[in-house]
Design a protein around this ligand. Structure first.
Ligand code: C2E
Ligand code: MG
Ligand code: MG
Length: 576
């Protein structure tokens, strides 16, 4: 275990050093001798031996002073030290341990005792080293782990302080859709993919940058960080990110599957502008998110503007935490009409945030923040309760509104909360509104991206009595072929489609097939965003069932709904 370990002997007595050197070489240790403290320190700093035998009494600088210097230096602080002393005085021995000694040997020493103590110290050193390596390595990939990455970043930032010309770059990689692979094929396939991708990545980096030109670490999950020393320029980094994409791509044959990989990569250059690893990684992470938002499978450099944007998001998130308690959230109701008769059939509840400083904030701005932060869960329960009790109230107050229904939008984060179905059921019971008066809207992308998790949950929701709609249909998720797989009641065709229906023949033809297919599947079709009479006429000719849009009414304050309904009923009674 100890052969070839490097041992430094520091003693002013040449005879002692010779004797020790001979005996330790005999057990195949690599021994070096120094005859005074400063020489010993210089050697230890440069060569970092595995063990030091250090004489206590030396002229110029004694063993305790040498030990103190060695303990101060991070490079030498962990080297075990055995003191050599002719002094049998207990005080001296205690002082030696206080100074950080691992052990001591009294001179003249017995050959077997010297060897036994040296071997024991080296074994200990070996085990500690092993533990340290384990503590700094990611067990799956063998790359550095998060702790080691932070140490390395601290070291690089320190180096930058003493050498302003030194630059390095951080590449933050996150695999695209890795969760889908993990969820559908299981963790062991996911792990195998990570190992194989790591191998391709490391082979490429070794070849392009050399073994010492980079540091690779796994942050956890499917997040990796690369530190690139002294990059020539930004183009070099973009080029490297492109090479990584090519290298990562695969295909990887795992089990019976052929898997393709891609990653989103955020890049930050550190040139003296960072103080701590956290800020560097935060900015690399922000840039990585932008790469993901730009369509995944690409890289993106960090910019100050991105930082400001995320600060803004954080501020909004902080404010949103109090929005419910401060009654800043409000639901508007947009009427939904039967297109054949013009009659009002219900509403879609649409949320608004009345921010005390910024005014009204659109759900398109704050729902993503609520999703990311998890705030959508309590907010979502409030929305369901509020919309259902409001409808119940209208049904009670106005006899001609008893048939009306309400649509409530759900987001993915809400749906995956534990006991979602039970909780939604409880809320409806509390309001006293029948479940089938509520249609829960889930966007096409949410359904398509989480098919396996959501399908059983949608079944349960329907069994409870809720109606289900696929929202924003036609926004590019090609779910048409899968429609029969989901337990749905209606399809809401996205506004972008309706916008073009009177302008573009192919849109009208596609819409025609969608309506026919939906009807064959017993789905009701609702058109969103009808703004013009021409669009309405077209949709009527296609046999589309229901519609909503500015042509009928904009999302309206609850207080204004009763009078608006009266007017609408009259208007469509006349025209219809
Ligand atoms: P969505 O569910 O597809 O809602 C329809 C959006 O189209 C609404 O935007 C509505 O105001 C708008 N709209 C309706 N008719 C017309 C029209 O004729 N022309 C135009 N240009 N727009 C029309 P809004 O209220 O800004 O909501 C945007 C999105 O935010 C919603 O899209 C929905 O995905 C989300 N959202 C709104 N309220 C909630 C909510 O309570 N919970 C959740 N999770 N998401 C919500
Ligand atoms: Mg909707
Ligand atoms: Mg929609």
């Amino acid at each position: 275990m100890c052969e070839d370990s490097k041992v430094l002997v520091v003693d002013d007595d040449v005879v002692t050093t010779r004797v020790i050197e001979a005996r330790l070489r005999h057990i195949e240790l690599d021994v070096h001798c120094a005859h005074n403290g400063p020489d010993g320190i210089a050697y230890a700093t440069e060569h970092v031996p595995d063990l030091i035998l250090l004489d206590v009494h030396m002229p110029e600088m004694d063993g305790f002073a040498v030990c103190e210097e060695l303990k101060k230096n991070p490079l030498t602080t962990n080297i075990p030290i055995i003191f050599l002393t002719a002094d049998l005085n207990t005080e001296i021995k205690v002082k030696a341990f206080d100074a950080g000694a691992t052990d001591y040997i009294t001179k003249p020493f017995d050959n077997r005792e010297l060897i036994a103590r040296v071997e024991a110290a080296l074994k200990m050193r070996f085990l500690i080293n092993k533990l340290q390596v384990q503590a700094l390595t990611d067990p799956l990939t063998g790359l550095l782990n998060r702790t080691a990455l932070f140490d390395e970043l601290k070291y690089k930032l320190m180096r930058q302080k003493s050498d302003p010309d030194y630059q390095f770059a951080v590449l933050f990689l996150d695999f695209d859709r890795f969760k889908v692979i993990n969820d559908s094929l299981g963790h062991s396939a996911g792990n195998e993919l990570l190992v194989r991708v790591t191998r391709s990545m490391v082979d490429m980096l070794d070849e392009v940058l050399g073994h010492k030109g980079y540091t690779a670490a796994r942050m956890g999950g499917d997040e990796f960080v690369l530190l690139i020393d002294k990059p020539a320029n930004n183009q070099m980094l973009t080029g490297l990110a492109e090479k990584l994409q090519t290298e990562l791509h695969g295909p990887y044959h795992i089990e019976q599957f052929e898997l393709i990989c891609s990653a989103s990569i955020g890049i930050v250059l550190s040139s003296g502008n960072y103080e701590d690893p956290e800020s560097l990684l935060r900015d690399a992470d922000i840039a990585m998110y932008h790469a993901k938002e730009n369509g995944k499978s690409q890289s993106c450099f960090f910019s100050q503007q991105m930082h400001e944007q995320s600060l803004e998001q954080l501020t909004l998130e902080g404010d949103l935490r109090h929005a419910l308690a401060r009654h800043e959230l409000k639901l508007l109701y947009q009427p939904i009409h039967c297109l054949a008769t013009g009659k009002l059939t219900g509403f879609e509840a649409l949320i608004r945030w009345h921010h005390p400083v910024r005014g009204v904030i659109s759900p398109l701005t704050f729902i993503p923040i609520a999703e990311e932060s998890g705030l959508i869960v309590p907010i979502g329960w409030w929305i369901l309760y509020e919309a259902a009790s409001q409808l119940k109230l209208w049904r009670q107050m106005y006899p001609n509104m008893r048939h009306l229904r309400v649509n409530v939008n759900l987001s993915k984060r809400q749906l995956i909360t534990p006991d979602f179905v039970k909780h939604a059921d409880d809320i409806l019971r509390k309001t006293g509104l029948p479940h089938n008066a509520v249609t829960l809207e889930i966007t096409e992308s949410t359904i398509m991206d989480n098919m396996s998790i959501l399908t059983p949950m949608l079944e349960q929701l329907r069994e409870t009595g809720f109606k289900l709609a696929m929202d924003d249909f036609g926004t590019g998720h090609s779910s048409l072929g899968c429609l029969n797989k989901f337990p749905l009641d209606s399809l809401k065709i996205d506004r972008s489609f309706i916008n073009n229906v009177d302008k573009n023949h192919s849109f009208a033809a596609i819409l025609n097939s969608i309506v026919t297919l939906a009807h064959n599947l017993n789905l009701v079709v609702v058109a969103e965003g009808i703004e013009k009479l021409e669009q309405l006429a077209h949709l009527q000719s296609l046999d589309c069932d229901y519609g909503q849009g500015y042509l009928f009414a904009k999302p309206t304050d609850a207080d204004d709904v009763p009078s608006m309904i009266e007017q609408l009923n009259q208007k469509f009674r006349k025209t219809g």
